[in-house]
Write a protein that binds this ligand. Sequence first.
Ligand code: HEM
Length: 458
Amino acid sequence: MTILTSPQAKPKLPDGSKTPPVIIMIQALIDQFGTLEKAQQKYGDIFYTPKSALLPPYVIFSDPQAIEKVFTADPNLFEVEKQSSLPVRVLLGDNSLVLLDGISHQQHRKLLVPPFHGERMKSYGQTMVDVTKEVIAQWQIGQTICIRDYTQEISLKVILRTVFGLNEGEKFDRLKQILIDYLDIFNSPLKSFFLFFPFLQKNLGALTPWGKFLKQKQVIKEILQTEIDRRRNNPETLGEDILSLMLSVRDEDGKPMRDDEIRDELMTMLFAGHETTASSLAWAFYWLHYLPEVGQKLRSELSSLDNDTDYNTIIKLPYLNAVISETLRIHPVVVFLSRYLKAPFELMGYTFEPGTNLFPCIYLTHRREDIYPEPKKFKPERFLERQFSPYEYIPFGGGHRRCLGYAFALFEMKLVLATILSQVKLELLDNRPLKPLRRGFTFTPATGVKMKVTAIKN
Ligand code: HEM
């Protein structure tokens, strides 16, 4: 007897590499983008990896319709997965917004969204410009600089002032330096292994990477706690910053946020709010100088500005917006989003069981030839010629977990670029193509972008 099967019938799960998942993970840690591109060439817009000792089953996809389905689904279908979120838990703490789900996620977002949007966010514009001017005041004509060091200094100072209300001073400098050292522990693919493999997370003394990490984590915790205590005991020190807001807020039962909740949210803001912006800005400087015609076009748009131009005008400049959009398209600092299923979910003709991790892939979506012709080329014009849907262009994710700081980050990037390009002339020291390098969870330009200061406007 012949069994008839429909030629259209899809297999139960998408195809995917037969390589053991732990090897795929190592390959991805060493060469994330190459691994993804090869998998996409072989398996197409969706591919699946079965469960392993390290990770639950997961599926990577880059189809905008599938992404729309995930972003518009009921948030209660998803939760934060314990195993693959371990590195974030270790870095930021259990109470970080990134790790909350359900009602507590909703409540914390409700509290934290307002300061990062609208008028409140715009009131930070002056701080962003002041900090940028302070940082470039250190530069001299002829000096060689690594631009990422300075974009990091700017974004860290901005976040310390706006979130923490901390200005210059000993406390400010100490926290700034210790945060830089903390994040530098994972500044290469090899060192990032410590975050992703729990068996490496052994405290073998302060000289070993994990021991050093735990020690610094403890110091940061103590600094944050001291600051929380100081503010709680001296209500007159409460101001407009986000820490003050967290200390003043009460839930429906009149209860304040606990210290450990505040500490972990502070860590989240300090971490999520500066590494990402610093790397994206460094990429923007690279492209503006690697392609001089792009830099020239932006400079001529900025030449209409003067000291009195208000920030609202700057953030609406079309070419500035296009340059930043294209930077975040071609170099998303975060490669995947994660949505862990609590219930069966249908996607692209497959049904995924609870316990599967859905990974919408920002990188592959942004490199789709059908949406972005010549995807490997840096072409800001594409953002002037067409509007992309929130499922085709996703540098900040989407749906109920969309990046809390996206408006703040865009505002800051525009003001920093406009301020520096209007005052300083820079030259790229190495004209070879630049590769992204893993730094823990995010990616950054490999050499940090070496430049020479060639002119400064007084
Ligand atoms: C260029 C800069 C930035 C990029 C590319 C970026 C990217 C992202 C991405 C891709 C996500 C995950 C979204 C999702 O799962 O759908 C995210 C989440 C988040 N981001 Fe950003 N981010 C940036 C800047 C910031 C800033 C400035 C802050 C705040 C100070 C921030 C705070 C957060 C927080 C708290 C979350 C977790 C949101 C949640 O789970 O509800 N980010 N970001």
